[in-house]
Design a protein around this ligand. Structure first.
Ligand code: C2E
Ligand code: MG
Ligand code: MG
Ligand code: MG
Length: 287
């Protein structure tokens, strides 16, 4: 009886997991194609100061799939991490970001803007990442202090000593670090103070619930104060309304990113946004 129940269970679950597996395999095959044929695109989302200056942008990866439409990075990045293609994708992103920074440098409206790039834990911890960055920066000649690497806590949890060492080397090249989705991972406050970070990024889940939930407000406030006492800049992501922005300013936050200011957009649209930005480019000095 147990045997037949086991068989029934298999018969019940198999078609579902096979369908899911087939879907994953097909998505993965498409992902490899996209890597080989460079079917990706970078979008840029504005980062804005409390006094309304355009500070820079975050580069966000887009995959315009020929038949599926835009596939969300939240869907394909984890897959790319599991299959190892993330290193190639990530290298393309970094190259593209450097080329964009150089293009920005040649236009008054965009000169001096910073660009934040997301790194997956897998990519950051791959062997040879430091020399890859060294070569890329030497080849492209970008102003390194304008390039910011966004890491999540998952990139930092194990082997903290070697992570600190690697971050130190990269910082000596002039690169900056931002800790993305802060408050959602497992950071220990004890080593947070030892990491050579420049910025904490308040996760959008806290920003979303800011107005309705005192707890979210308390967490956002704590992150802002933590940043202040550690000497780190703090930026809030996922800011969608004027009310959220005002609340965050009241809590001492100085930088914002979210649909309230601008959606992620293609490079040409972002350059146009920068040209139309109300504050003059000269005001960006000393950001
Ligand atoms: P993230 O780095 O935390 O990026 C913020 C996400 O929030 C982006 O989603 C952005 O489009 C979205 N967002 C921005 N403003 C708002 C807002 O006001 N409201 C809401 N609801 N959402 C907002 P996206 O572009 O789908 O990216 C999702 C995640 O995928 C990113 O989260 C990041 O972890 C990852 N990702 C994106 N591009 C790359 C990349 O080039 N490399 C790696 N390794 N990961 C990437
Ligand atoms: Mg990010
Ligand atoms: Mg984030
Ligand atoms: Mg996120």
């Amino acid at each position: 009886e147990a045997k037949s129940a086991g068989r029934n269970r298999l018969a019940f679950f198999d078609p579902i997991s096979q369908a899911a597996m087939a879907e994953l395999i097909s998505l993965e095959a498409d992902l490899r194609q996209a890597v080989n044929y460079q079917q990706f695109e970078l979008y840029y989302q504005a980062q804005v100061s409390a006094d309304g200056r355009l500070l820079g942008a975050e580069a966000l990866l887009r995959w315009p799939h020929p038949s599926r439409g835009f596939v969300s990075p939240a869907q394909f990045i984890p897959l790319a991490e599991q299959t190892g293609t993330i290193n190639q994708i990530g290298e393309w992103v970094l190259q593209q970001a450097c080329a964009q920074l150089n293009a920005w440098a040649h236009e008054p409206a965009t000169a001096g803007l910073s660009l934040a790039v997301n790194l997956s834990a897998h990519q950051f911890r791959q062997k040879g990442f430091l020399s890859l960055m060294q070569q890329l920066l030497a080849r492209t000649g970008v102003p390194t202090e304008l390039l910011k690497l966004e890491l999540t806590e998952s990139a930092l949890v194990d082997d903290v000593e070697s992570v600190i060492g690697l971050m130190g080397e990269l910082r000596r090249l002039g690169l900056r670090f931002s800790l993305d989705d802060f408050g959602t991972g497992y950071s220990s406050l004890a080593y947070l103070k030892r990491l050579p970070l420049d910025q904490l990024k308040i996760d959008q889940s806290f920003v979303r619930d800011l107005v309705s939930e005192p707890n979210a407000r308390a967490i956002a406030h704590a992150v802002i104060q933590l940043g202040e006492s550690l000497g780190l800049a703090v930026i809030a992501e996922g800011v969608e309304t004027a009310e959220q922005r005002e609340l965050l300013i009241g809590l001492g936050c100085h930088a914002f990113q979210g649909y309230f200011h601008a959606r992620p957009m293609p490079a040409a649209a972002f350059a146009e946004l920068a040209r139309q930005w109300p504050t003059r480019a000269a005001d960006k000095l000393g950001q």
